[in-house]
Write a protein that binds this ligand. Sequence first.
Ligand code: NAG
Ligand code: NAG
Ligand code: NAG
Ligand code: NAG
Ligand code: NAG
Length: 394
Amino acid sequence: MMKLKNQFNSLVAFLFGLLVFLAASFRLQNGNWKAINAIASRKENKGECDFFSGRWVYDDMEYPLYNERQCRFMSDQSACMKFGRSDLVYQKWRWQPDGCNIPRFNGEKLLEKLRGKRMVFVGDSLNRNQWVSMVCLLDTSTHGSNNTMETHKNLMSFKIKDYNASVDFYWSPLLVESNSDHPVLHRVPDRIVRAHSIEKHAKHWTDADILVFNTYLWWRRKNMKILWGSFEEDGGVYKEIESLRGYELAIKAWSDWLEFHINRTRTELFFMSMSPTHSSGDEWGTDSGHNCYNETLPILRDGYWGEGSDPRYMHVVETTIQELKQKGVNVKFLNITQLSEYRKDAHPSVYRKQWDPLTEEQLKNPSSYADCIHWCLPGVPDIWNQILYAHIFP
Ligand SMILES: *[C@@H]1O[C@H](CO)[C@@H](O)[C@H](O)[C@H]1NC(C)=O
Ligand SMILES: *[C@@H]1O[C@H](CO)[C@@H](O)[C@H](O)[C@H]1NC(C)=O
Ligand SMILES: *[C@@H]1O[C@H](CO)[C@@H](O)[C@H](O)[C@H]1NC(C)=O
Ligand SMILES: *[C@@H]1O[C@H](CO)[C@@H](O)[C@H](O)[C@H]1NC(C)=O
Ligand SMILES: *[C@@H]1O[C@H](CO)[C@@H](O)[C@H](O)[C@H]1NC(C)=O
């Protein structure tokens, strides 16, 4: 029965794909074609809204929210078009919640709120992906030639001079201290975490007005080495423990820091749920040798959830946030996992800057070096920021 249903879904997905493809081809010949938007009818907003359940709807009227080339601070990790991606349908999907709409992103309104203030994204490369999206959204909506980018160690600072505002990214992929904290040279085979220590990082962001955290991907391995003591001195005590347990310790250290150091009237707090990966096609009904490479359409099977997204980690954060709330610290958990799960088509795949030159063997088998973790921009992280925006202006 389940199998039949999956096959049916695949068929529907295929037919829909064909439709989009035909539509896109037809559109090339006829600039006014827009019938596919008929299925994109918008909903009325009625009060409280669950942004996190819904579906993707093709909408090339409103999306993309900016042009890849227009964003002066685009990252080569996300500039898929620049690195040769030619199917651009991935840029044109709107996330449609079931009972309402996500408000339109208004960069000037957000900048007005950020006047004289500082917003910081803290976490790993997926959070940096979201930060680059925010930078592009703001830069393209101000057209401000005065905007600048400054990098100082783990901190990258986008400054919007005309508003005296700063939108920053702080690299700390495990939130707490670890041997992966170097902003560039962080690819280390053996991961060591000081799971109780966050102050070295936190002192760079505690004073912010809006904080957006994430951490997940770097914990996704069975075990992790925890260090009691410091990296600089001898005599530290190491213990290998299950990663999930390490994650609990780290999230506890993070939450304790917020409880004692955050100015509750000043700082708004957000935590982004895990970003899914698409590295094994058998999870969505192609072969297991296949990954996000060559994928051009979202998964249409309702409730699709990949094996890479471990709900136990999500649960740790959720429980901790509930406890913080009882202590008067309000962190909003933005549950973007499900909506991103559907987007097997939206990763850079082979269309991004490669850190190391590709070998002959890799070139023969492109899926072997496809990036199925990060996201192309414009793309999925723009939607995360629209949802973030909706929570900043409830
Ligand atoms: C700019 O913002 C900072 C806080 O980020 C504040 O300390 C400073 O006084 C502001 N400067 C002006 C000229 O408004
Ligand atoms: C850049 O800043 C200067 C002074 O700070 C201002 O006069 C000018 O209008 C700004 N330029 C733009 C394009 O906003
Ligand atoms: C917390 O922030 C508010 C608003 O910015 C400010 O008025 C207050 O003095 C701050 N409290 C502390 C203890 O710094
Ligand atoms: C990728 O797509 C191209 C064009 O549709 C096709 O020729 C190629 O065989 C596909 N490769 C894989 C690994 O699916
Ligand atoms: C996040 O969303 C997923 C699927 O929509 C749900 O299963 C999960 O319980 C949610 N998690 C939290 C913490 O709200």
